[in-house]
Ligand binder design. Structure first.
Ligand code: FE2
Length: 366
């Protein structure tokens, strides 16, 4: 190995925060539909006057839902412009002060100066920088904290506790950026955060008759944190990334991919709880094994649920995408099970994008 030293060691995703119109109701949706569990709460009762936040957990994934309490809050401005969407992709670090120093001295724009917050359960150190759009990265150092989430939050006890659906952790989070902005953001992740570009897709890989996009996958040193960055490309009609940018009114997080160990079971469960998925035509399965080679799963349940399969040099993966989870055609989720493959399902792009285009056409946006 080279003498390269990772100046920003990351231990994974700490939490993802969405700004939403009604956190109380959104929390109910994520519990009911996705099987998240109640974890922590902050709001007026805990001394926070301008907002309410609910934190939900499922295995290693934490989701925070935040709503402003007044119209003059910057959170309200964010929601007015974007609708529901990701504000914070928080990353777990051993040293939040050093993470801030390393990234800001390399050109990262400060969002939160390093600070230490504490309560009777210990202390958490936080800092943060801006990334694409209005999204931010908060660095969380929690090694000296034993409480339920972090100071300022109390345990959220609920009488309503639907079972989990097998979601395990955040596999990757994809950002949609503006025309000609993919490379500048790739450079940001390289220069400011020490990430590497591990995969690239151009519009020849990712184009259907109409829709086109380009994508580069950025990964940190240990591969725990992966951020593919998409930009629209010229096609006959409007790119799906452009539709997102129009409706989100700017750059933002397009999808969050969540890992499972049993995608058939997880997807069956999610569907029965009302999560809507993109569907490919059943002809997708006719020559599936010719395309991906032998797989351990039976084809029938995959076909029944519409689960997609792709293979790379290292193995295969199974994946499926939800429809947007808001009324604006913006953020959605991916459910992914990796069986060796470290890629992102390039072989499914065509079938998938045709499915997305059918949805776009239904909205009159193609
Ligand atoms: Fe993905």
């Amino acid at each position: 190995m080279s003498e390269y030293q990772d100046f920003l060691p990351l231990n994974g995703t700490d939490y993802i925060e969405l700004y939403v119109g009604n956190a109380k109701q959104a929390a109910h949706f994520y519990k009911t539909a996705f099987g998240f569990q109640s974890l922590a709460y902050s709001g007026p009762e805990t001394g926070v006057k301008d907002r309410v936040s609910y934190v939900l957990v499922q295995n290693k994934m934490r989701l925070m839902l935040t709503t402003p309490l007044h119209s003059d809050s910057p959170i309200a401005q964010h929601h007015l412009k974007h609708g529901d969407g990701v504000k914070t992709l928080a990353l777990m670090v051993d040293d939040a002060y050093d993470a801030y120093l390393q990234t800001t001295q390399r050109g990262g724009k400060s969002y939160m100066e390093p600070q230490t917050i504490s309560d009777e359960n210990g202390e958490v150190k936080l800092s943060g920088i801006h990334t694409y759009g209005e999204v931010v990265h908060v660095f969380v150092e929690r090694k000296n904290y034993n409480g339920v989430f972090m100071p300022g939050f109390r345990k959220w006890e609920s009488n309503y506790n639907p079972t989990e659906t097998g979601l395990l952790y955040v596999d990757h989070c994809v950002g949609n950026v503006d025309w000609n902005q993919m490379n500048p953001w790739v450079k940001f992740y390289e220069d400011v955060m020490g990430f590497k570009n591990i995969l690239s897709f151009d519009d020849n890989d990712i184009s259907t008759e109409y829709s086109a996009l380009m994508s580069k996958v950025m990964s940190n040193g240990n591969g725990y944190v992966k951020f593919p960055i998409n930009e629209p490309a010229e096609g006959k009609r409007k790119s799906q990334v452009e539709e997102y940018l129009d409706f989100y009114e700017g750059e933002g997080t397009q999808h969050i991919a969540i890992a499972t160990n049993d995608i058939v079971k997880t997807v069956k469960e999610l569907m029965s709880r009302g999560v809507d998925f993109l569907q490919v035509p059943s002809s997708y399965y006719d020559d599936l094994l010719d395309r991906v080679g032998p797989i351990e799963e039976d084809i029938e349940p995959l076909k029944e649920l519409g689960i997609l399969v792709d293979r790379d040099d290292e193995g295969y993966l199974l994946q499926l995408f939800t429809k947007p989870v808001e009324d604006r055609p913006t953020m959605f989720y991916e459910i992914i099970q990796r069986k060796g493959a470290k890629s992102f399902g390039k072989g499914n792009f065509k079938a998938l994008f045709e499915a997305i285009e059918r949805e776009q056409a239904n909205r009159g946006n193609l």
